[in-house]
Design a binder for this molecule. Structure first.
Ligand code: ZN
Ligand code: ZN
Length: 333
Protein backbone atom coordinates (compact mmCIF):
# COMPACT_ATOMS: atom_id res chain seq x y z
CA UNK A 1 0.00 0.00 0.00
CA UNK A 2 1.22 3.44 -0.90
CA UNK A 3 0.10 4.94 2.43
CA UNK A 4 0.07 3.18 5.75
CA UNK A 5 -0.54 4.00 9.38
CA UNK A 6 2.55 4.35 11.56
CA UNK A 7 2.78 5.51 15.19
CA UNK A 8 3.83 8.94 13.87
CA UNK A 9 0.85 9.15 11.51
CA UNK A 10 0.07 8.39 7.88
CA UNK A 11 3.28 7.40 6.11
CA UNK A 12 4.23 7.14 2.46
CA UNK A 13 7.29 4.93 2.36
CA UNK A 14 7.99 5.38 -1.35
CA UNK A 15 8.01 9.15 -0.91
CA UNK A 16 9.61 9.13 2.54
CA UNK A 17 7.07 11.56 4.02
CA UNK A 18 4.32 11.69 6.64
CA UNK A 19 0.96 13.42 6.46
CA UNK A 20 -0.06 15.39 9.58
CA UNK A 21 2.46 13.49 11.75
CA UNK A 22 1.83 13.39 15.48
CA UNK A 23 5.48 14.08 16.26
CA UNK A 24 8.55 15.54 14.59
CA UNK A 25 9.67 13.77 11.37
CA UNK A 26 12.06 14.55 8.51
CA UNK A 27 9.36 15.60 6.02
CA UNK A 28 5.77 16.48 6.96
CA UNK A 29 2.92 17.24 4.54
CA UNK A 30 0.26 19.25 6.38
CA UNK A 31 -3.44 19.27 5.47
CA UNK A 32 -4.23 22.36 7.58
CA UNK A 33 -3.04 24.46 10.50
CA UNK A 34 -5.28 23.12 13.31
CA UNK A 35 -3.25 21.98 16.31
CA UNK A 36 -4.14 18.29 15.95
CA UNK A 37 -2.84 18.24 12.36
CA UNK A 38 0.08 20.67 12.41
CA UNK A 39 2.62 19.91 15.08
CA UNK A 40 6.03 21.31 15.82
CA UNK A 41 9.32 19.45 15.53
CA UNK A 42 9.51 18.34 11.89
CA UNK A 43 12.50 19.33 9.80
CA UNK A 44 10.64 20.20 6.57
CA UNK A 45 7.01 21.12 6.06
CA UNK A 46 4.99 21.19 2.85
CA UNK A 47 1.48 22.70 2.70
CA UNK A 48 -0.86 24.52 0.35
CA UNK A 49 0.10 28.12 -0.34
CA UNK A 50 -2.90 29.71 1.49
CA UNK A 51 -2.01 27.63 4.58
CA UNK A 52 1.51 28.98 4.91
CA UNK A 53 0.89 32.13 6.98
CA UNK A 54 -1.35 30.22 9.39
CA UNK A 55 1.26 27.51 9.78
CA UNK A 56 3.85 30.18 10.56
CA UNK A 57 1.49 31.73 13.10
CA UNK A 58 1.02 28.36 14.77
CA UNK A 59 4.53 26.86 14.49
CA UNK A 60 6.74 29.95 14.40
CA UNK A 61 8.36 31.81 11.52
CA UNK A 62 11.68 29.97 11.66
CA UNK A 63 10.30 26.70 10.29
CA UNK A 64 11.30 25.36 6.91
CA UNK A 65 7.97 25.55 5.07
CA UNK A 66 7.54 24.93 1.35
CA UNK A 67 4.24 25.43 -0.43
CA UNK A 68 2.35 24.39 -3.53
CA UNK A 69 -0.54 26.26 -5.12
CA UNK A 70 -3.79 24.28 -5.17
CA UNK A 71 -3.58 21.81 -8.06
CA UNK A 72 0.16 22.26 -8.61
CA UNK A 73 2.13 19.00 -8.54
CA UNK A 74 5.59 18.12 -7.30
CA UNK A 75 7.65 14.94 -7.10
CA UNK A 76 9.04 13.71 -3.79
CA UNK A 77 11.37 10.75 -4.40
CA UNK A 78 9.37 9.94 -7.53
CA UNK A 79 5.98 10.16 -5.80
CA UNK A 80 3.61 12.78 -7.21
CA UNK A 81 1.98 15.06 -4.65
CA UNK A 82 -0.62 17.82 -4.97
CA UNK A 83 -2.95 19.79 -2.69
CA UNK A 84 -6.66 20.38 -3.37
CA UNK A 85 -9.19 22.51 -1.45
CA UNK A 86 -10.92 20.74 1.44
CA UNK A 87 -13.30 23.59 2.38
CA UNK A 88 -12.58 23.11 6.10
CA UNK A 89 -10.68 26.31 7.02
CA UNK A 90 -8.40 28.71 5.16
CA UNK A 91 -5.63 26.78 3.40
CA UNK A 92 -7.07 23.36 4.26
CA UNK A 93 -6.27 20.66 1.73
CA UNK A 94 -6.91 17.18 0.62
CA UNK A 95 -3.54 15.74 -0.32
CA UNK A 96 -3.36 13.65 -3.48
CA UNK A 97 -0.52 11.15 -3.58
CA UNK A 98 0.10 9.08 -6.70
CA UNK A 99 2.73 6.49 -7.57
CA UNK A 100 2.78 3.64 -10.13
CA UNK A 101 -0.93 3.82 -11.06
CA UNK A 102 -2.09 4.00 -7.43
CA UNK A 103 -3.82 7.21 -6.36
CA UNK A 104 -4.62 8.14 -2.78
CA UNK A 105 -6.44 11.21 -1.47
CA UNK A 106 -6.04 12.09 2.19
CA UNK A 107 -8.85 14.46 3.00
CA UNK A 108 -7.68 15.84 6.35
CA UNK A 109 -10.79 17.58 7.69
CA UNK A 110 -13.34 18.78 5.15
CA UNK A 111 -16.80 20.17 4.61
CA UNK A 112 -19.00 20.74 1.60
CA UNK A 113 -21.14 23.62 2.90
CA UNK A 114 -20.24 27.04 1.50
CA UNK A 115 -17.80 29.10 3.57
CA UNK A 116 -16.66 32.49 2.26
CA UNK A 117 -13.44 32.33 4.31
CA UNK A 118 -11.87 29.45 2.39
CA UNK A 119 -11.79 27.73 -1.00
CA UNK A 120 -14.61 25.30 -1.62
CA UNK A 121 -14.14 21.51 -1.35
CA UNK A 122 -13.11 20.03 -4.68
CA UNK A 123 -13.71 16.33 -5.38
CA UNK A 124 -10.57 14.52 -6.54
CA UNK A 125 -10.86 11.07 -8.14
CA UNK A 126 -8.72 8.36 -6.57
CA UNK A 127 -8.48 4.66 -5.75
CA UNK A 128 -8.09 5.08 -1.98
CA UNK A 129 -9.92 7.88 -0.15
CA UNK A 130 -8.95 8.58 3.45
CA UNK A 131 -11.95 10.34 4.97
CA UNK A 132 -12.62 11.84 8.36
CA UNK A 133 -15.94 10.89 9.93
CA UNK A 134 -16.27 13.29 12.86
CA UNK A 135 -20.04 13.47 12.32
CA UNK A 136 -20.58 9.95 11.01
CA UNK A 137 -24.24 9.54 11.86
CA UNK A 138 -27.44 10.42 9.95
CA UNK A 139 -28.58 12.62 12.86
CA UNK A 140 -26.04 15.21 11.72
CA UNK A 141 -27.50 17.26 8.88
CA UNK A 142 -26.56 20.91 8.94
CA UNK A 143 -29.06 23.70 8.36
CA UNK A 144 -27.94 26.35 5.87
CA UNK A 145 -25.26 28.61 7.38
CA UNK A 146 -27.32 31.66 6.31
CA UNK A 147 -30.22 30.58 8.54
CA UNK A 148 -27.84 30.33 11.48
CA UNK A 149 -26.22 33.72 10.86
CA UNK A 150 -29.61 35.38 10.78
CA UNK A 151 -30.29 33.80 14.19
CA UNK A 152 -27.02 35.35 15.37
CA UNK A 153 -28.11 38.76 14.10
CA UNK A 154 -31.48 38.62 15.90
CA UNK A 155 -29.90 37.30 19.10
CA UNK A 156 -27.36 40.11 19.22
CA UNK A 157 -29.95 42.80 18.36
CA UNK A 158 -32.23 41.60 21.14
CA UNK A 159 -29.39 41.84 23.65
CA UNK A 160 -28.39 45.30 22.52
CA UNK A 161 -31.93 46.48 23.18
CA UNK A 162 -31.73 44.93 26.66
CA UNK A 163 -28.27 46.35 27.40
CA UNK A 164 -26.75 42.88 27.58
CA UNK A 165 -23.43 41.79 26.05
CA UNK A 166 -23.33 38.82 23.67
CA UNK A 167 -20.52 36.28 23.79
CA UNK A 168 -20.10 33.87 20.90
CA UNK A 169 -17.71 30.97 21.32
CA UNK A 170 -15.80 29.61 18.33
CA UNK A 171 -12.36 28.08 17.78
CA UNK A 172 -9.68 30.69 17.18
CA UNK A 173 -8.73 29.42 13.72
CA UNK A 174 -11.48 28.95 11.18
CA UNK A 175 -14.72 29.04 13.12
CA UNK A 176 -14.11 32.44 14.71
CA UNK A 177 -13.18 34.04 11.38
CA UNK A 178 -16.27 32.51 9.83
CA UNK A 179 -18.41 34.05 12.58
CA UNK A 180 -16.68 37.42 12.22
CA UNK A 181 -17.12 37.36 8.44
CA UNK A 182 -20.84 36.62 8.92
CA UNK A 183 -21.13 39.85 10.94
CA UNK A 184 -20.75 41.91 7.75
CA UNK A 185 -23.67 44.34 7.70
CA UNK A 186 -24.65 43.80 11.34
CA UNK A 187 -24.78 46.92 13.51
CA UNK A 188 -22.80 47.31 16.72
CA UNK A 189 -19.34 47.00 18.25
CA UNK A 190 -17.50 43.70 17.73
CA UNK A 191 -14.73 42.68 20.13
CA UNK A 192 -12.45 39.81 19.19
CA UNK A 193 -10.15 37.73 21.39
CA UNK A 194 -6.47 38.26 20.56
CA UNK A 195 -5.89 34.60 19.51
CA UNK A 196 -8.51 35.14 16.78
CA UNK A 197 -7.02 38.46 15.77
CA UNK A 198 -3.58 36.80 15.37
CA UNK A 199 -4.90 34.69 12.47
CA UNK A 200 -6.60 37.59 10.64
CA UNK A 201 -3.57 38.80 8.60
CA UNK A 202 -3.31 35.35 6.96
CA UNK A 203 -6.90 35.76 5.76
CA UNK A 204 -6.41 39.34 4.59
CA UNK A 205 -3.36 38.23 2.59
CA UNK A 206 -5.70 35.87 0.70
CA UNK A 207 -8.14 38.72 -0.04
CA UNK A 208 -10.68 37.79 2.64
CA UNK A 209 -11.97 40.86 4.45
CA UNK A 210 -13.80 41.32 7.71
CA UNK A 211 -16.10 43.92 9.24
CA UNK A 212 -14.38 46.42 11.58
CA UNK A 213 -13.63 45.08 15.05
CA UNK A 214 -11.57 45.86 18.14
CA UNK A 215 -9.44 43.56 20.26
CA UNK A 216 -11.15 42.36 23.44
CA UNK A 217 -9.76 44.02 26.56
CA UNK A 218 -11.08 45.46 29.82
CA UNK A 219 -11.09 48.93 28.32
CA UNK A 220 -12.80 48.05 25.01
CA UNK A 221 -15.36 46.08 26.97
CA UNK A 222 -16.00 49.00 29.28
CA UNK A 223 -16.37 51.33 26.31
CA UNK A 224 -19.01 49.11 24.67
CA UNK A 225 -20.63 47.55 27.72
CA UNK A 226 -24.17 46.40 27.06
CA UNK A 227 -23.83 46.50 23.27
CA UNK A 228 -20.85 44.36 22.41
CA UNK A 229 -20.65 41.16 20.45
CA UNK A 230 -17.59 39.34 21.76
CA UNK A 231 -16.06 36.49 19.76
CA UNK A 232 -13.70 34.24 21.72
CA UNK A 233 -12.50 30.64 21.66
CA UNK A 234 -14.09 28.32 24.27
CA UNK A 235 -10.59 27.58 25.64
CA UNK A 236 -10.02 31.24 26.57
CA UNK A 237 -12.79 30.93 29.16
CA UNK A 238 -13.52 34.64 28.93
CA UNK A 239 -16.95 34.01 30.41
CA UNK A 240 -15.22 33.39 33.75
CA UNK A 241 -13.47 36.72 33.57
CA UNK A 242 -16.52 38.83 32.82
CA UNK A 243 -17.03 41.55 35.38
CA UNK A 244 -20.82 41.38 35.44
CA UNK A 245 -21.99 37.84 34.56
CA UNK A 246 -25.61 38.95 34.77
CA UNK A 247 -25.05 41.24 31.78
CA UNK A 248 -24.04 38.45 29.42
CA UNK A 249 -25.59 35.90 27.16
CA UNK A 250 -23.45 33.12 25.75
CA UNK A 251 -23.83 31.11 22.57
CA UNK A 252 -21.77 28.27 21.14
CA UNK A 253 -21.23 27.61 17.43
CA UNK A 254 -20.65 23.95 16.68
CA UNK A 255 -22.00 20.90 14.89
CA UNK A 256 -22.14 19.11 18.23
CA UNK A 257 -24.95 21.45 19.33
CA UNK A 258 -27.24 19.54 16.99
CA UNK A 259 -27.97 17.08 19.81
CA UNK A 260 -29.56 18.07 23.07
CA UNK A 261 -27.22 16.04 25.28
CA UNK A 262 -24.24 17.84 23.81
CA UNK A 263 -25.90 21.20 24.41
CA UNK A 264 -26.46 20.24 28.03
CA UNK A 265 -22.91 18.96 28.42
CA UNK A 266 -21.57 22.27 27.20
CA UNK A 267 -23.89 24.19 29.50
CA UNK A 268 -25.35 26.11 26.60
CA UNK A 269 -28.99 26.40 25.79
CA UNK A 270 -28.41 28.55 22.73
CA UNK A 271 -26.24 27.45 19.92
CA UNK A 272 -25.72 27.92 16.23
CA UNK A 273 -25.37 24.71 14.30
CA UNK A 274 -22.47 25.66 12.08
CA UNK A 275 -19.67 23.18 11.59
CA UNK A 276 -16.42 23.11 9.65
CA UNK A 277 -16.79 19.36 9.17
CA UNK A 278 -18.96 17.47 6.71
CA UNK A 279 -22.37 16.37 7.97
CA UNK A 280 -23.73 12.90 7.12
CA UNK A 281 -24.95 13.79 3.60
CA UNK A 282 -21.66 15.63 3.03
CA UNK A 283 -19.59 12.60 3.98
CA UNK A 284 -21.57 10.38 1.62
CA UNK A 285 -21.37 12.92 -1.19
CA UNK A 286 -17.60 13.38 -0.84
CA UNK A 287 -16.98 9.64 -0.62
CA UNK A 288 -19.08 9.00 -3.73
CA UNK A 289 -17.44 11.83 -5.63
CA UNK A 290 -13.99 10.36 -4.92
CA UNK A 291 -14.96 7.26 -6.97
CA UNK A 292 -12.59 5.33 -4.72
CA UNK A 293 -12.86 1.54 -4.46
CA UNK A 294 -11.47 1.63 -0.92
CA UNK A 295 -12.48 4.07 1.81
CA UNK A 296 -10.28 4.48 4.88
CA UNK A 297 -12.05 6.14 7.79
CA UNK A 298 -10.45 8.07 10.62
CA UNK A 299 -11.37 10.69 13.27
CA UNK A 300 -14.63 9.79 14.90
CA UNK A 301 -17.09 6.95 15.16
CA UNK A 302 -16.99 5.15 11.81
CA UNK A 303 -19.44 2.31 12.54
CA UNK A 304 -22.48 3.67 10.71
CA UNK A 305 -20.50 4.72 7.67
CA UNK A 306 -18.78 1.33 7.57
CA UNK A 307 -22.21 -0.29 7.56
CA UNK A 308 -23.69 1.87 4.82
CA UNK A 309 -20.63 1.79 2.55
CA UNK A 310 -20.12 -1.91 3.16
CA UNK A 311 -23.71 -2.65 2.12
CA UNK A 312 -22.97 -0.80 -1.15
CA UNK A 313 -20.16 -3.28 -1.74
CA UNK A 314 -17.32 -0.90 -1.03
CA UNK A 315 -14.14 -1.84 0.71
CA UNK A 316 -14.06 0.04 4.02
CA UNK A 317 -11.14 0.16 6.43
CA UNK A 318 -10.66 1.85 9.77
CA UNK A 319 -7.49 3.89 10.14
CA UNK A 320 -6.69 4.46 13.75
CA UNK A 321 -4.66 7.40 14.91
CA UNK A 322 -2.66 7.20 18.09
CA UNK A 323 -4.06 10.56 19.16
CA UNK A 324 -7.73 9.95 19.72
CA UNK A 325 -7.56 11.68 23.09
CA UNK A 326 -6.36 14.87 21.45
CA UNK A 327 -8.82 14.45 18.62
CA UNK A 328 -11.91 14.47 20.84
CA UNK A 329 -10.97 17.89 22.17
CA UNK A 330 -9.72 19.07 18.80
CA UNK A 331 -10.42 22.32 17.08
CA UNK A 332 -12.80 23.28 14.40
CA UNK A 333 -15.87 21.14 14.98
ZN1 ZN B 1 -9.37 20.81 11.52
ZN1 ZN C 1 -9.01 17.42 12.78
Amino acid sequence: MLIRQEPEGLYCEAGGFYIDPTRGVERALITHAHADHARRGSRHYLCAEPCRALLETRLGKKQSIETLAYGETCLINGVQVSFHPAGHVLGSSQIRVSHRDEVWVISGDYKLHPDPTCARFEPVACHHFVSECTFGSPIYQWPSPESQWSRLRQWWQRHQQMGVNSLVLGYSLGKAQRILHACHGMEGPILVHTSIHDCIPAYQAQGIHFPPYQILSTSTLRAHDGKALVIAPPSARVEHKLATPEHWEIMGVSGWLMTRTQRRKKGQCHGLIVSDHADWPGLLEAINASQAHTIHLMHGDSRMLEQVLGSEGRQVMRMERSTRKIETSSEGS
